[in-house]
Design a protein around this ligand. Structure first.
Ligand SMILES: NC(=O)c1ccc[n+]([C@@H]2O[C@H](COP(=O)([O-])OP(=O)(O)OC[C@H]3O[C@@H](n4cnc5c(N)ncnc54)[C@H](O)[C@@H]3O)[C@@H](O)[C@H]2O)c1
Length: 255
């Protein structure tokens, strides 16, 4: 069990599915109570957290809406009184060529992936500062350091996540709060399996297998491949690690 997790409170955006759900399950198994902030129904994740003997809260929340985020933060405050661990995982990643991208398409991705990051983090940092302890983990993507087509809006947003992580870490280090990012590779989640494959691939399964050949570890990435990194970065053992971006991608991107 990770050091310092017992009875902490985590808020996980995008926790109804995929990576966020895997993080909720692992943190709950390590003694953390979990609030899930997602635009979709989080019943399955709530069941997983409760099965681990921890308390769960499902908050219907659109992270790109200031009003919705404020309501979610009030709900977390009422139920748990604090947020010690924040995992910013909600994200959209449609595959779309640049020359078909409208300004509305661009804004939609930036609104969820970057405005959402700002709004949710802003809601919980004051409480972390008051308590002098906090762990923030943001989801970037290995696409920031790879050759990929069809994701200009997405890659821009995920590079922004890295900048946000570095800059915010500088402001919060003195308050016992660490801010780090992880960069998954292409991972088998409902979100990834539900998007259109990149040009040249007939199915997402073909794309997953092909990307795996670019990795040092030549098998498709699964959500469980990422939970150890999140567990560690949110533990007491990672108290001196901040402003960092960790590639968790089977060794595809080296930096
Ligand atoms: N799966 C991958 O290959 C991969 C790779 C690199 C990075 N990531 C990042 O990991 C994160 C999770 O991705 P995933 O693969 O688990 O996707 P997913 O689609 O399975 O899960 C994403 C969750 O975010 C929620 N969400 C979307 N928009 C929201 C909004 N506006 N407000 C609140 N919730 C919202 C969805 O309802 C969903 O439950 C994303 O930020 C994604 O960019 C994923």
């Amino acid at each position: 069990m990770a050091k310092g997790h017992k009875d902490k409170i985590a808020v996980i955006t995008g926790g109804a599915s995929g990576l966020g759900q895997a993080f909720a399950k692992r943190l709950a198994e390590e003694g953390v109570h979990v609030a899930i902030a997602d635009i979709g129904a989080a019943d399955a994740t709530v069941k997983m957290v409760e099965a681990a003997g921890r308390q769960a809260l499902a908050c219907k929340c659109d992270v790109s809406s200031e009003e919705s985020v404020k309501a979610m933060a009030r709900g977390v405050e009422k139920k748990f009184g604090s947020c010690d661990i924040l995992i910013n995982c909600a994200g959209l990643f449609p595959n779309q060529a640049f020359d078909t991208m409208s300004f509305a398409d661009w804004r939609r991705i930036l609104a969820t992936n970057l405005d959402g990051l700002f709004l949710v983090t802003s809601a919980f940092v004051p409480g972390m500062k008051q308590r002098g302890w906090g762990r923030i983990v943001n989801l970037s993507s290995s696409t920031v350091g790879s050759v990929v087509t069809g994701f200009v809006h997405y890659v821009t947003s995920k590079a922004g996540v890295v900048g946000f992580t570095r800059a915010l870490a500088s402001e919060l280090g003195a308050h016992g709060i660490t801010v780090n990012a992880i960069q998954p590779g292409l991972t088998r989640t409902p979100g990834a399996l539900g998007r259109a494959p990149r040009a040249g691939f007939a199915t997402m399964d073909d794309e997953l297998k092909s990307v795996a050949q670019l990795q040092a570890i030549k098998r498709p990435e699964e959500p469980d491949d990422l939970v150890g990194a999140v567990s560690f970065l949110t533990s007491d053992d990672a108290a001196f690690i901040t402003g960092q971006t960790l590639n968790v991608d089977g060794g595809r991107v080296r930096s």
